[in-house]
Design a protein around this ligand. Sequence first.
Ligand code: SF4
Length: 374
Amino acid sequence: MIGVYVHVPYCTVRCSYCDFYLVAGPGRDPGAYVDALCNEISAVEAPLLGRPADAVHFGGGTPSLLQPAQVGRVLDRIRAVFAIPSGAEIALEANPEDVDAARLRGWIAAGVNRLSVGVQSLEDDLLRMMRRPHTAIEAMDAIAAARRAGVSSLGADLILGLPGQTRARTLNGIAQVVDLGVDHVSLYLLEVHSRTRLGREVALGRRLPMDEETASALYEEAAGLLECRGFEHYEISNFARPGHRSRHNSKYWTDQDYLGFGPSAHSYVSGRRWSNAPRLDDYLARGGVGTRRIEDDPSRSARAAEALVAGLRLTEGVVLALLRGRYGADFSSPPPEAVADLVGAGLLEGDHEHLRLTRRGRLLSNEVFERLVP
Ligand code: SF4
């Protein structure tokens, strides 16, 4: 089954570390954008028309800036165009300041059954440094309200490796989030991008990110804490209670098809890959119809290599025979000497048929991938 991704490119403010494509500013009314989205979805043609989709994901940006009725309109369009089975995952990313009882009721009534709350930290000084438009208390209130409202699957996103972040307060924050009853936690290690405000502050020496070794050690401790509390570390950055893995994101890691709507949204269908141009003004001017696409046409061998790398992100790793079955001669098994070196270094385990990252390998995944797919 295919995954459907809906991009919402608005945010109230741009967080200091964020380099996503989005338009930041208060008081925007996404009404015209929702019209354009509905038009783009309605324009889906055969063979995608009517295709079963068991995961719909509203990502961004800040999808919680959409009113429940707007989410409902988009979902109605999606239901009209795709076959959405009962039990499909309908997920929405939310910022804490947008979450209240009325909106939660509305989103759930519209069909949303999974909510990811962008907590990032439970320390107000770090939230201010990141220019997050909410406090720690607001983040905790949002999670508690979502739990009370009966969201079936509730997650929190957190960042590790921030300038000024301390071990004790970070682990305490994670424990607090768990105590609030979340089913899923995404732990992202901070990446400093030069084009961002934080990147400029780091370049000027005004902020000092956590050094790699300390961040890795903190990550391992955080992972251990979550595992002790019943979470499965199922993907490099993701932890879930049983039955709460992200079905939509799993499409990316298991080489399955997904279709994206909205500017900058990516799609991957039957081996073809493309993205919508990251131009909101153009998208709105066209009303979502005839959206400019950027085609990306990877060779089968490139796709096979990407499938290997994506699959290794998952705890269960990759069965190479499955990739060989899918890609035939276009799949090149990883060089045996690289596998042996990585196994010897404690970064990889398995044999010539089944490979998976070790716990340490997950922290150094980029180095492992570079060796396996030179
Ligand atoms: S809310 Fe998310 S998408 Fe928006 S600026 Fe912050 S990190 Fe980026």
